[in-house]
Design a protein around this ligand. Sequence first.
Ligand code: ATP
Ligand code: MG
Length: 467
Amino acid sequence: MTDESVALAEAAALVGAAAPAVVRDLISQLVEAGHGGWVVGGSLRDVLLGRAPADWDLATDALPERLVSLFPGAVYENRFGTVAIRRSGELFEVTTFRTEHEYADFRRPHRVEFGEDLVADLARRDFTVNAMAWGRGPADADAGALVDPFGGLEDLAAGTLRAVGDPDARFGEDALRMVRAVRLAATLGFALEPGTLAAIAANAPLVDRLSGERIGAEFAKLLAAPKPSIGLRLAEQAGLLAVISPQLALQRGVSQNKVPGEDLWDHTLRTVDAAPADRPIVRLAALLHDIGKVETLTDGRFPHHEAAGAARADELLRRLRYPRSAADEVVALIHHHMFTTAPTLTDAAVRRFIMRIGRDRLDALFALRRADDAGSGSEGDDPALTAFIGRVQAQLTASAPLNRGALAVDGNDLMSELGLVQGPRLGLVIEELLDHVIADPGLNERGSLLLLAQGILADMYEDPAAS
Ligand code: ATP
Ligand code: MG
C-alpha cells in the first residue's frame, strides 16, 4: 500500500467509527436498493477533524422520486433538490449527485460510470476539504471507503483551505465562495492557500452582486467562530471587506491611542474576539460598535460616533437582511455603548440609565463594554464598570419604579380623581410623575402622586405653551 492509500484507509476507519448507526443504516439501505450512499461536505470534514458535525449530509445517485419511495415519510424539498429523511428524531438530508450536465441525460448516449458521477459531484464543491466523500457504492463491501479526488485529506492535515480546481474560475462562477473562504478560515482556524487568497483579491468586487441574505448567512457563521478576527483580517486584506462594508475597511490605518502600534481596525478585531462566542448579538455589536468613527473623525477625536455608527450599522444590517429584531438590538447597543460609569453619578442617574437602556438589554451592553475594554488592551474587569454594574443591580433588586406601569397611580386614577380626560395632557402628567419617582422612589405612593399631579396640572394651566 502507498502512503496515500494508508492515509485514506485510516481516515475511512475513523469515520466508520464515528458515524452513528442511523447514518450507516441509511447507507446500507441505499446500497441494498442498488444505489450508492455517501457522507459528504461539512459533516465529513468535521468528523475527520474530530469535531462534532452539526448534521450528517448524504449524497447518492438515486433520484429524489426514488428516495421518496425507498424511505416512507421522506420529504422532497424541491427548492434545494434535497430529500429530508427523519430518523430517530433527527433530520438527514440526502441530495442526488449534481454534475455540470445534470439535466441532460439525453445528451449522453450511454449512462456514465457510477463513480464518475460521485467525482463530478465533489468537483462542483468549493474547497478540497469540503470535497471528499465517505460511504459505499452500489457494489461496495460493508466497510465504507473514503473518496478524495482533490487532496482534501492532505489539506485538512495541513490546515489549508484550497479551492477545488482553478480558484479564479470557481470564484467567477459563484462569488459567495470567497465569503465562505474567509468564514471557513475562521470557523476551522485554517489558512488560505496562496493561490486561493490571490484569486479572492482579484475577484473581490464580484461580491457586490450577491444578495444580502447569502452574505449575511456566512457573516453570521463567521461571527460564531472561536476567533472571527482570523476571517475578518483575511477579508480586509483581500479587499472583500471594502465591498461589504467600506466604513469598516476604512478603519485600517486610523490611529487610536489604545494598544501601541495598533489601529482602529485592530481594536475592532480584538473587541470581536473578546465578545462571547455564544452571544451573536454582542459579537455583531462588537464588530460594528465603532463603525461611525471614520466619518466623525475630527482632530483625532470621534465626536458622537455612536449615533453615526448606529445609523451605519442599521444600513448594513438591512442590506444583509438580518432579522429586524436582531438588527434593532445591535443598533441600540451601538447607540448606547459610550455610557459613563463614573462613581459621581447619582442613584437617580443610575435609574435613568436603566430606563434609557431597557432592563433586558443591560447585560448585553455590559458584555459589549467588557469586550470593548479588552479590545483596548485592558486586562481583567475595569473596577469602575464592576462598581457601576453593582449599583445597577442594587436598583433592580430594590425594584425601583422605572416605568409607567410601576407608578402607584395610573391614567384611570388621574381621570377619576383629578377630572383629567384621555389625551396628550394625561400622558405628559404621567411622564412627569415618572421623572419625579425615578429621582425619588419614596414619592411612589398614591397620595403623594395625586398631590404632585395637581401641582403639575396647575403649572400647565399657568404656562400657555404647555396647553
Ligand atoms: P458548516 O459546517 O458551517 O455547515 P459547510 O461546509 O457544511 O459548513 P454548508 O453551507 O452546509 O457548509 O454546505 C455544505 C457543503 O456544500 C459544503 O461543504 C460544500 O461541499 C458545498 N457547498 C456549499 N456552498 C457551496 C458553494 N457556494 N459552492 C460550492 N460548493 C458549496
Ligand atoms: Mg453544513
